[in-house]
Design a protein around this ligand. Sequence first.
Ligand SMILES: Nc1ncnc2c1ncn2[C@@H]1O[C@H](COP(=O)(O)OP(=O)(O)OP(=O)(O)O)[C@@H](O)[C@H]1O
Length: 372
Amino acid sequence: MASLELRNIVKRYKSQTVLDNLSLTVADGETLVLFGPSGAGKTVLLRLVAGVIDPDEGKIFIGGDDMTDVDAEFRGVGMAFQNFALFPHMSAFDNIATPLEAKRSSPSAIKAGVESVAKLLKIGHVLSHKPRALSNGQKQRTALARALVGSPPLLLLDDPLRNVDAKLRFEMRLELPRLLADRGATVVYVTQDYKEAMALGDRIAVMSQGVIRQLGTPEQIYREPANIEIARLFGDPTINLLDVKPARDTRGIYVGLSNVQVHLAGAYETAVGRDCVIGLRPEALSFVEEGIPGAIPVTVEAETPLNEKIVTLVRTVRGREILVSRPAGTPGRSEGKAHIAVDGKSALLFDHASGERIGSKNVVALRNGEAA
Ligand SMILES: Nc1ncnc2c1ncn2[C@@H]1O[C@H](COP(=O)(O)OP(=O)(O)OP(=O)(O)O)[C@@H](O)[C@H]1O
């Protein structure tokens, strides 16, 4: 059993508060992703949990036990870091074996342990190589094998895919969730890549400046981001953000997009008359025929393939640029005049000044109307 609880952790370096009264619980067997920009405090948090550094304030519990003052080697934690941190003079085998050596496992148990994890990570054929003879992908797998080999109940992975090429990162993104789930470990996984965060996390903690800004499932963070910044960080192409001022008519609260009123459902009363930003994911927009309710006239500026999607840049009659995406192979428009409509269910509304998301997110009805 290895749940993890951080309680009111404060970490300062000189006058800088790097972690600011941070509390977090990770359930036994859960993979929690720490996601955030450089300098957010993600690595410091992992190092605190590992016992490499001490907090100035707060407590760390692993498996329910207070580990705040327990030395690193007695915490039952496995770690892999973004720069691999392999011993250069030792073979891949010996690097992977270090946690088992430290536990004084028998030579036969070490051999069996290293070979089984190496097989799992497809590096069985390079175990005799020194790190300099390994590709970045093989180094990354060696570092991961070393973290996994002792079956630690708590695994800390600090951006382990940052230094590997795009192809391997893509493969590992697919393989890692199964690998981690099979071992049943509790995992704290740091990344700056939102796709990795969404693929790997049972939950994601979005961090910036030493504070957790939002904690939720990948689905929650994508569909209900706490603020504009988080909405921007999750999604490719990025979310469309348009300044609007919600108004009210007999049918409820709406925003004006070109000459179309988009009616919003839910708790948006406080937004009426206020400067707001509406967030429309490119996949929440689609090309429609002229004349259907909610059709917004646009001019198509450019079309670009992006992975399995086609992304189209369009311009509204008011000169606002909007990205529309659709699955490759589905019909759309590549030039000239066109009309788009909003998939009401995924529109988001934010306060312009604070950037915080407002109320419920459903858009229930669209209709043509006068310019708002
Ligand atoms: N030993 C240290 N001495 C002084 N400041 C430090 C030290 N370690 C970290 N910091 C500061 O703490 C802040 C958080 O650093 P941290 O490495 O945790 O960021 P991060 O979120 O992991 O970023 P990245 O994704 O780039 O690794 C940074 O401002 C960093 O400069």
